[in-house]
Write a protein that binds this ligand. Structure first.
Ligand code: HEC
Ligand code: HEC
Length: 390
């Protein structure tokens, strides 16, 4: 007995000692990342940790992971700078609007408005897109033009160009060029410190602004979902088969989804099966989408959106016309319009738009399945939140 006690005591002592050493190491590290002067400066305006958060993002094994399976477009310092810039209203001409005004953490970095307000009470012409897992998934497979593109009309070949477009769009951030905002940013000691850490030079360049925003956005994945849990239990997942951790209703919804929707939106919500499509919202589109860039044949073609976190990102479609997922399902069930460019996946045997004619039960099952794609963790992760103290 006593011998046992002695053993326990010495094990306890040893582990305390190890803990003491490692704690000491941690506090030394945290002091060295920023000098105490720097950290004091930062802390006047920002709630940042003394050691940057880890912004690397592992794409889970069961998803398409590109060549490396890891997204870390920059470094934790770049992503930290990116986070601050993302929430900084000085990025807009009138200091009113930040990226986060239209890409809100609580809505998986989309907006809950049909069209979002930008500078001077102007509105965006399209519904805001969720950033969670979209840039990161694209980055994981190279982010090249052929593999994907950004914006509802695919007009930007990478997310840096998309960010630049937001900065210069007169309805969004309203800058004529980058000179004015770069001047504001470069004068700020806080930006200088963060830029020095990220790029070894306190002078933030235009390119570095975009790279940092990208590093931040690329770190936001949405992979902690019930759907991913279910696939992990089911190694050979190919869309069919029963998911043990799903309810009966969710399983039914999954089957309906795989039959009717996966040909465009993808089986595992990692890469879309189809990049752009016309899903028959109208016979005539007020906004021509890809057609404006590529000609009439593409009128009414829009990006096939990622559906991760879809339950959080309503209203839906490029113009935010549907408030709820039920309305979306009603559209696919009985309202697909006979647009001349309607994508073949939605054309029935008769040559007319498909009528999926889901029953009320089936509609509910589809919604229940789409709700398994929600990753709540990113909504409250401090490292993605607004770091400004006021
Ligand atoms: C006033 C609202 C508004 C602001 C501010 C804004 N965005 Fe957006 N963002 C949108 C809208 C709307 C879209 C869809 C645009 C389109 O397709 O025409 C979008 C699309 C995007 C996309 C493309 C996502 C995809 O999957 O294709 C990225 C990336 C993005 N924004 C990043 C940013 C960044 C970074 C900033 C800040 C520099 C920013 N946005 C500022 C409204 C905004
Ligand atoms: C032909 C390809 C195709 C098929 C099949 C398809 N979709 Fe879509 N889906 C799209 C396109 C394209 C959009 C965007 C259209 C737009 O905004 O103009 C879209 C938009 C959506 C949206 C809104 C996303 C957002 O962020 O606003 C949801 C939800 C959705 N689809 C679910 C489904 C479901 C559920 C099914 C099966 C019943 C389905 N889709 C079948 C192409 C398709």
């Amino acid at each position: 007995m006593s011998c046992n006690h002695q053993y326990i005591y010495s094990a306890l002592f040893l582990s305390l000692f190890i803990c003491f050493l490692s704690c000491q190491k941690e506090s030394e590290d945290s002091l060295t990342h920023y000098t105490s002067d720097e950290f004091q400066q930062l802390s006047k305006k920002l709630d940042l940790p003394s050691q940057p958060y880890d912004y690397s993002l592992g794409i889970p094994d069961h998803l398409f992971r590109g060549s490396t399976g890891r997204v870390n477009m920059g470094s934790d310092d770049k992503a930290t700078l990116g986070r601050v810039l993302f929430y900084d209203t000085r990025l807009s001409a009138t200091n009113e609007v930040s990226c986060a005004s239209c890409h809100k953490q609580e809505f998986a970095f989309a907006d809950n408005e049909e069209l979002s307000p930008g500078v001077k009470e102007l509105k965006t012409t399209r519904n805001s897109l969720s950033l969670a897992s979209s840039p990161s998934l694209v980055a994981s497979y190279g982010g090249s033009v052929s593999s994907s593109a950004f914006g509802w009309d695919h007009s930007h070949e990478d997310s840096k160009r998309q960010s630049l477009a937001a900065l210069l769009n007169r309805n969004e951030m309203g800058n004529e060029d980058l000179n004015g905002l770069m001047k504001k940013l470069r004068q700020d000691p806080v930006i200088q410190i963060l830029t020095e850490k990220a790029f070894n030079n306190p002078y933030l360049t235009n390119e570095q602004l975009l790279v940092s925003l990208d590093a931040f956005m690329n770190s936001i994945g949405a992979f902690n979902t019930r759907f991913d849990e279910a696939i992990k239990e089911n190694e050979l997942f190919s869309g069919s088969g029963y998911m043990d951790s799903f309810t009966e209703q969710e399983n039914n919804g999954k089957n309906l989804y795989m039959t009717n929707c996966a040909s465009c939106h993808g089986v595992k919500f990692d890469i879309q099966q189809k990049l752009i499509a016309n899903n028959g919202l109208s016979v005539e589109y007020a906004d021509k989408g890809v057609g404006d860039l590529k000609g009439e044949k593409f009128n009414g073609h829009f990006k096939v959106p990622f559906l991760r976190n879809i339950a959080l990102t309503g209203p839906y479609m490029h113009d935010g016309r549907f408030k709820t997922l039920s309305e979306v399902i009603d559209h696919y069930s009985e309202n697909i319009q006979a647009h001349p460019n309607l994508s073949f996946e939605l054309i029935g045997k008769s040559g007319k738009p498909k009528r999926m004619n889901f029953s009320a039960d089936q509609k509910e099952s589809l919604v229940a399945f789409l709700e398994t794609l929600t990753d709540e963790t990113i909504l409250s992760e401090v490292k993605f939140s607004d770091p400004f103290l006021e």
